[in-house]
Design a protein around this ligand. Structure first.
Ligand code: MCA
Ligand code: AMP
Length: 488
């Protein structure tokens, strides 16, 4: 039995996974993942074509059972970015659903089809064995301010630690039925949203893709918890007036959890007023997994990400490196954390790994204040070149580099602007190569979507004669303001 999934062989008939009309019990999951684990056992590393399907969940569990580090891939990732991830992580094979079509960037890799239904008898998979707590379990790629995404190496210990700390904060048990429509190539959807319920022996119902109707249907049909990014809760808040089915479904849930970006207080208030249910926020990062949460048994705290989770040491640090000692809700410092929930390194990037730590404290780059009750309120980010859009982290630099490769672009700068739906929207400021016939905004968006990923595409493109630069020639992004807010 795996150290990560103690419930896997406990009750074969218990429901484990449901994606639309396809589902697996724990017995069926143990059979499917166990047989795949035998097949891939001994591989150095595998990639996982992370569609929102049963196959992705089975593939991830199989890799974890086999002790083979797994690299989830966004199926919508464009050529340049997939090429980078495959070259950097060098997987021995890619796990995919039998019907999936894989792009050229994965062409050279051995393909292993993920089985979903295998005869259960005799297919229990590898014998139980202890695995090193610090051995890599997942490698999740995450954007930085410049350059291509880095692979955060997440050890088995971090996954177990974070999921058990969340169980403590949320009284999360095997009786919970988790509903969500998050993508499965990031921490939120895959680790919290799939491995989380499986570690508890509970059920996950994945919507395939997020929709208000899907949330209503699944919560009304026995779902007890909902996970989402703020954009999803914003869309629920917008739909609530006049939607009695949704109101009733949310009101009946045990716990509504938001994370990956800040949920505006206005959306907190609208949901609580209409349903009587507060939304609980938790704060995490690919590198750290979860750091803080509002506890399910505490008073609601809109605008706060709650208190450090069990086992998480958290400090706020001033610009000069000295720790903030005040618990005054006012003094701002950078959040730094340490504990067993952290990643071990960025793959192949010892330089970046060293820079990310101050001793054994990980520098999150998030700026916050801390109240007398130790609760944390995030007030901003150190790096202005990181954009959070729809809960996805996007580096301005990678989009600028992609734009500069377009023949119609001479110069480019990328910023984030407030957006009611996405939190922030990617804005490209472009000096066209030929001012007489600039490329269309759609062409530039499609170029970025095809090279990087659709969620990184600029939603707004503004053309300029020149970018504002200082005496050193550095682009002054603060001078790039929406029209009408030039002096703001
Ligand atoms: C549009 N599309 C295009 C183009 N324009 N495709 C190619 N080229 C174009 N030019 C397609 C998109 O691919 C998509 O396809 C569809 O049009 C709509 O795209 P979009 O507008 O981006 O989608 P959306 O509906 O606005 O998405 C909102 C969303 C999404 C559902 C909230 O942003 C989302 O799933 N966010 C979750 C992010 C997340 O999980 N973050 C966790 C990381 P199609 O229709 O086929 O889909 S953070 C984390 O893990 C840490 C640890 C944490 O704390 O949680
Ligand atoms: P990622 O690297 O995609 O894992 O994103 C991590 C970042 O998301 C953190 O550094 C925060 O800036 C942000 N984040 C996650 N959860 C929250 C939250 N509840 N409130 C505000 N920001 C959050």
């Amino acid at each position: 039995m795996s150290d990560l999934f103690p419930a896997l062989h406990a009750d074969a008939d218990r429901p484990a996974l449901r994606f639309g009309d396809r589902s697996l019990t724990y017995g069926e999951l143990a059979g499917a993942a166990g047989s795949l684990a035998v097949r891939i056992g001994g591989a150095s590393r595998v990639a996982l074509w992370a569609t929102p399907t049963l196959e992705t969940a089975v593939g991830a569990v199989a890799a974890l059972l086999a002790g083979v580090p797994v690299v989830p891939l966004n199926p919508k990732t464009g050529e340049r970015e997939s090429g980078h991830i495959v070259a950097d992580s060098a997987p021995a094979a890619v796990l995919a659903g039998p019907a999936d079509e894989l792009p050229g960037a994965l062409g050279g890799l051995e393909r292993v089809d993920v089985p979903v239904h295998v005869p259960v008898a005799g297919a229990r998979g590898p014998l139980p064995r202890d695995m090193e707590p610090l051995s890599p379990a997942l490698i999740v790629y995450t954007s930085g301010t410049t350059g291509p995404p880095k692979g955060a190496v997440l050890p088995r210990r971090a996954i177990a630690t974070t999921l058990d700390a969340l169980a403590d904060a949320w009284q999360w048990t095997g009786d919970d039925v988790l509903v969500h429509g998050l993508p499965l190539f990031h921490v939120h959807g895959l680790i919290l949203g799939v491995l989380g319920p499986l570690r508890r022996g509970g059920q996950v119902r994945h919507l395939g893709r997020f929709s208000v109707e899907g949330v209503t249907r699944e919560l009304a049909d026995g779902g007890t918890m909902l996970f989402g990014v703020p954009t999803m809760y914003h869309r629920l808040a917008e739909a609530l007036p006049g939607d009695r089915g949704l109101t009733k479904a949310l009101a009946g849930a045990r716990l509504l959890v938001s994370g990956s970006a800040a949920l505006p207080v206005h959306d907190h208030e609208r949901i609580a007023a209409a349903t009587g249910r507060p939304v609980v926020e938790r704060y995490g990062m690919t590198e750290t997994l979860m750091n803080t949460s509002v506890r399910a048994d505490a008073e609601p705290l809109p605008g706060s990400v709650g208190v450090p989770l069990r086992g998480v040491e958290l400090r706020l640090v001033e610009e000069d490196g000295s720790p903030v000692t005040a618990y005054d809700g006012e003094t701002i410092g950078e959040i730094q954390v340490r504990g067993d929930h952290l990643f071990t390194e960025y793959l192949n990037r010892p330089d970046a790994t060293a820079q990310a730590f101050d001793g054994d404290w990980f520098r999150t780059g998030d700026m916050a204040v801390r109240a007398a009750d130790s609760s944390i309120r995030i007030v901003g980010r150190k790096a202005t070149d990181l954009i959070k859009s729809g809960g996805y982290k996007i580096g301005a630099g990678e989009i600028e580099n992609a734009l500069l490769e377009h023949e119609g672009v001479r110069e480019a700068a990328v910023t984030g602007e407030p957006d009611a739906d996405l939190g922030e929207r990617v804005v490209a400021w472009v000096v066209p190569a030929d001012p007489g016939s600039p490329p269309s905004a759609e062409a530039l968006a499609s170029h970025v979507a095809a090279q990087l990923a659709p969620h990184k595409r600029p939603r707004t493109v503004r053309f300029l004669d020149a970018l504002p630069r200082n005496d050193m020639g550095k682009i002054m992004k603060r001078a790039l303001r929406p029209p009408g807010r030039a002096g703001a």
